[in-house]
Ligand binder design. Sequence first.
Ligand SMILES: *Cc1c(COP(=O)(O)O)cnc(C)c1O
Length: 368
Amino acid sequence: MRNEYLLLTPGPLSTTESVRSAMLKDWCTWDDDYNKEIVEVIRSKLTKLATEQSGYTSVLMQGSGTASVEATIGSAMKSDDKLLVVDNGAYGARIAQIAEYLNIECCVVSPGETAQPSLDEIQDALINDKAITHVAIVHCETTTGMLNPIQDVISLAKSHDKIVILDAMSSFGGIPMDIGELGIDFMISSANKCIQGVPGFGFVIAKQTELEKCQGRAHSLSLDLYDQWHCMEANYGKWRFTSPTHTVRAFYQALLELELEGGITARHLRYTTNQKALVAGMKKLGFTPLLDESLHSPIITSFYSPTHSDYQFKEFYLHLKEQGFVIYPGKVSNADCFRIGNIGDVNPDDIERLIIAIEKAMYWEMAA
Ligand SMILES: *Cc1c(COP(=O)(O)O)cnc(C)c1O
């Protein structure tokens, strides 16, 4: 079955027909052909994609990506630990909200949604507040498309001996990095972002010695990261509770297709080419990106909405959908904008067709 439109959204996103076809079979969660040959292979491939260093392991967790973030915060942190969160968008804010729900002490560095965090401010917080034990930051803040300076923030956190948690939900698989080299203790992502699978589970790649310390700490049974990992380790990839079998099988196919494409470096190049073509084309049509170009990620880009009095997002959106493209509303609180994603089974020629479709949609909108 072919898709009627291309999802230019940051997950769920457009997947290949072969990934979707991989879901047309049922699997028994007790059998080796599922646990050993699919789940365990996924776990080891993920760890290898994340780092060349040894001492890392991975664990898959049911639910949307947020469930894996919540499982990590709720399992990595003891009740008297304190979290410093860098918040420059909805996903940073969500980490702080998770801490609040879990009654974990938390302080927030928030430079606003269109700026990067100040290293001085983070350093001051780390020096002045000795209670801080963990630092969490989002890699690509999908709210705006901003790429955060994780290397600087992480080396600062590490120089103060903090545990580092990275939300790389929308970047892992699309932007090269080595989490071991960076010094990350817990990195979180999910099935339906840059690996180009379908939604249904998230995953955490962790320094094993840190994950082992999480035993007995979890604030939630179903989100106990240690117990989930321990079950998978002890039983060759067995999930504790019902696993999203079809999604997992599709994810396995998506990992093979990532390898076929040439790995993360090749995928990063495709996304970067998409994003550059998008910004150039949009600028020609008179649109302005929300962020300074030096802050852009190749993942998703925010544009200011047209100021023309006849412009309405909903109509613009529908005109584009009719032509085969689904874009994303804006999420920034203090600016009127919309977003266009570059990730998924999307190629530069799709972006060229998109620019023509946007020109038409704008014409229809203004002529109406
Ligand atoms: C998509 C995303 C999440 C998780 O969102 P879910 O809707 O729970 O899957 C978290 N952080 C970032 C940066 C994201 O892009």
